[in-house]
Design a protein around this ligand. Structure first.
Ligand SMILES: [Zn+2]
Ligand SMILES: [Zn+2]
Length: 560
């Protein structure tokens, strides 16, 4: 038994499972419960991992036990050689090792490699740099993990350990044991592996950290980027982010940036809504013609629509101008006041008209519209039609397209959420990347505002001024990465909850709310440094739960 072991203990007659977090001499004169048995042969963390695990518990306002469970494989790793128990080390070096890191110096560095997917060069480079030490590479989806692992096998053979969320519990447990015990293992996995132990960890790679799936949607809302940076810092190993567009969160940490030569994504074209007669149709004539052409050539096309819940986009009925807030620039939804800054909307800035047309650009609408042009050649991804209409998640694994269309750039880029433009740019880059290289391949962006920064960055192929302007804007507003956000959601919204939040959290951070979200009340906690608020929030959560309320804490929320 050692730190990191899972053990059984009987407390007041109940058998409970626990983790060993320290081993001490039995104190005299105090009753200490006996450990009844050990569960599994492998400790899932070591003493040196505890600071990182405690950081996670604090940052995500989660009980330590919940965080510790994230170090475990799905099954109890049985059949483990007993001899291994002594040699297992977790990713963070023991004190003896950290005294002489192999690379010399501090070891912890942050790098951002900018290149086009599938990022073969970047990933092989970062794995090679770790030499004979182990590596962890986290990628967004199963498809991407498998593709990366396939290519790495050619380079380092059976050192590659695949660990994604579609593995059976048995295979995932086997992958966990390999990562925890084999020298020089290269664990390639989805976000579930962030806290898995890795023997003699030498380097960390993170692919497309800003993707929605790189963060757990349920509490604790563990984020791959935040945890892996802390893990690299504690382990004193380099961390490398890989992607076509760096996230502002990584850029704000001042990484060493290396940019692959050449254009990062294919050229894009604009379909300007204002150049066509105002229409309630989500698909413009120019786009319809391009899709009809692709179908005639028997070539595949992808049509990107917003996520479910994406509000209808509103345009001026006389001139086609996109309806936006005059104060903050957020897109108008169906209400009369801005969802971001609560300013009241006024007449069209371009022509003064106050007649508006709402264009529903959901998947169903767009498919229906395109059926009139290309009949049964259009459908959703499951239908495997020549023309696929889909959302962000349908882009995964799509390649070889002749035409890519974004139906509603404005609805995405001006959504009333502080990271809308950055997310839109990243998504549109992914859309453009679905094209097969070659002449005659097109990306069409439907917009009423071709001059907007997102489109400018896509057109020029150089997002550097977009990124620096966004960083400056975030700095001014104090939004991440220059500030921190936590959303608190409580199932009952009586006044006592508000009073509690007011009393315990408001002195420590800016608190907005409550807003009603479904059957819950939601508060947004915002500040430069929320450390004290996190500690207070832990107590508030406990109090509310004791009163029977359902409480959800969304740390670093991405949907506001
Ligand atoms: Zn107008
Ligand atoms: Zn506004």
């Amino acid at each position: 038994m050692s730190v990191g072991s899972r053990v059984r203990v009987r407390v007041s007659g109940r058998r409970l499972k626990g983790f060993v977090t320290s081993v001490i001499e039995r104190p005299r004169g105090r009753t200490i419960l006996d450990v009844e048995g050990l569960i599994g042969g492998f400790p899932s963390f070591c003493v040196d991992d505890l600071p990182l695990l405690r950081w996670c518990a604090t940052h995500y306002v989660a009980p330590m036990s919940v965080i510790l469970r994230r170090t475990l494989p799905p099954n109890v790793p049985k059949g483990a050689a007993q001899g291994m128990q002594r040699t297992v080390q977790t990713g963070l070096p023991t004190s003896a090792e950290s005294a002489s890191p192999p690379s010399g110096g501090e070891g912890f560095t942050i790098a951002q490699m900018v290149q086009r997917p599938p990022y073969d060069d970047a990933i092989s480079e970062l794995v090679a740099a770790a030499g004979s030490r182990s590596a962890v590479v986290v990628a967004p989806t199963v498809v991407e993990v498998e593709a990366i692992a396939d290519r790495l096998v050619n380079m380092i053979g059976d050192r590659v350990v695949i660990a994604h969320s579609s593995l059976s519990a048995r295979d995932a447990t086997r992958a966990w044991v390999r990562g925890a015990s084999e020298e020089g293992a290269c664990v390639v996995g989805t976000r579930e592996v962030v806290l898995w132990p890795v023997r003699d960890l030498g380097t960390i790679g993170v692919v497309e950290d800003a993707r929605r799936v790189m963060r757990s949607p349920s509490t604790p809302t563990l984020g791959v980027r935040e945890i892996m940076v802390e893990r690299a810092r504690h382990a004193k190993v380099p961390i490398t982010f890989v992607g076509a567009l760096p996230s502002l969160e990584v850029l704000a940490r001042r990484p060493t940036v290396s940019i692959a030569p050449g254009r990062r994504w294919p050229l894009v074209e604009v379909a300007d809504r204002r150049e066509e007669p105002p229409t309630a149709s989500p698909v413009l004539d120019r786009t319809r013609a391009a899709i009809a052409h692709a179908v005639r050539q028997n070539e595949p096309a992808i049509v990107l629509v917003g996520r479910r819940g994406h509000a209808a986009t509103i345009y001026c009925a006389s001139c086609g101008e996109h309806r936006r807030c005059r104060v903050c620039g957020a897109a108008a939804s169906t209400t009369e006041a801005c969802a971001r800054c609560e300013a009241t909307f006024s007449a069209c800035v371009a022509c003064g008209s106050d007649r508006w047309r709402s264009v529903g650009a959901g998947r169903g609408n767009v498919i229906e519209d395109l059926r009139r042009v290309v009949g049964d050649k259009v459908g959703d991804r499951e239908s495997a039609s020549l023309v696929t209409v889909g959302t962000e998640r349908d882009l995964i694994g799509i390649t070889g397209m002749a035409l890519a269309v974004a139906i509603d750039v404005d609805g995405m880029a001006f959504a009333p959420n502080y990271r809308a433009a950055e997310d839109a740019l990243r998504l549109l880059i992914r859309l453009a990347m679905t094209l097969e290289p070659g002449r005659g391949r097109r990306t069409l962006l439907q917009t009423a505002d071709p001059g907007q920064p997102v489109i400018e960055a896509l057109r020029t192929g150089d997002p550097s001024s977009f990124l620096s302007n966004e960083l400056a804007a975030r700095k001014r507003s104090g939004f991440p990465p220059f500030g921190q956000l936590i959303a608190l959601e409580v199932s009952t919204g009586d006044d006592t909850v508000s009073a509690l939040v007011q009393r315990d959290i408001s002195p420590l951070a800016t608190v907005r709310g409550p807003a009603t979200v479904g059957d819950r009340q939601r508060w947004l906690i915002h500040g430069t440094d929320l450390t004290d608020a996190r500690i207070a929030l832990r107590q508030v959560t406990r109090t509310l739960r004791d009163r029977g309320a359902k409480v959800r804490i969304d740390v670093d929320p991405i949907d506001l």
